[in-house]
Design a protein around this ligand. Structure first.
Ligand code: HEC
Length: 153
């Protein structure tokens, strides 16, 4: 009986080790966690959530914009924003408790790489997410960062 328990525990350890090595799937994470609001293809919906496609790529090209993108996924955001003349006043939820650094990096890489065709994503790593997480912040502060962005808040 005791031996069986050990065999079971061994199998369990082997399984979780394998699971830990599977890279996070950004496309699947987008469908599971973002698509309900940002819509398939991240095209957005007035009154619900802004588009990410044709929008957030402009922030991925400078340091302040990159910092904003990491923070908005971690802290969420409150307050009105304007995207291409359309005003959105919604509540972007925080994903700090729901998604790991690796998962957040993967889902942001998916949106920026697949939808926005941003070529340089070398800065978007789990380590950078961990650093942004460590730095802290709040939905309000993230809204303020957006207001100061070089590419327009
Ligand atoms: C419950 C609905 C909801 C979900 C789920 C959601 N978002 Fe958002 N998101 C919003 C809203 C609303 C805003 C605009 C917030 C505001 O008006 O301050 C936003 C804003 C953003 C922005 C900033 C856009 C800009 O123009 O600055 C990014 C980036 C973003 N979301 C990414 C994501 C990602 C990635 C996910 C999934 C991990 C996600 N969102 C899930 C509602 C949502």
């Amino acid at each position: 009986m005791v031996r069986r328990v050990f065999v079971f525990l061994g199998l369990l350890a082997a399984c979780s080790a394998t699971l830990a090595q599977v890279p996070a799937d950004g496309a699947a994470l987008f469908v599971a966690h973002c698509q309900a609001c940002h819509q398939p293809g991240a095209v957005g919906a007035p009154g619900i959530a802004p588009p990410l496609v044709g929008n957030i790529g402009r922030h991925a090209v400078n340091e302040e914009g990159r910092r904003y993108l990491l923070h908005v996924a971690l802290t969420g955001m409150v307050g009105s924003i304007t995207v291409d003349g359309v005003r959105y006043t919604g509540n972007m939820p925080s994903f700090a408790a729901t998604l790991s650094d690796a998962e957040l990096a993967a889902v942001l890489r998916h949106v920026l790489g697949s939808y926005e065709k941003v070529a340089d994503l070398a800065w978007l790593t789990p380590e950078q997410l961990a650093a942004a997480r460590q730095a802290g912040g709040s939905p309000n502060e993230t809204h303020k960062i957006r207001g100061r962005l070089p590419a327009g808040g």
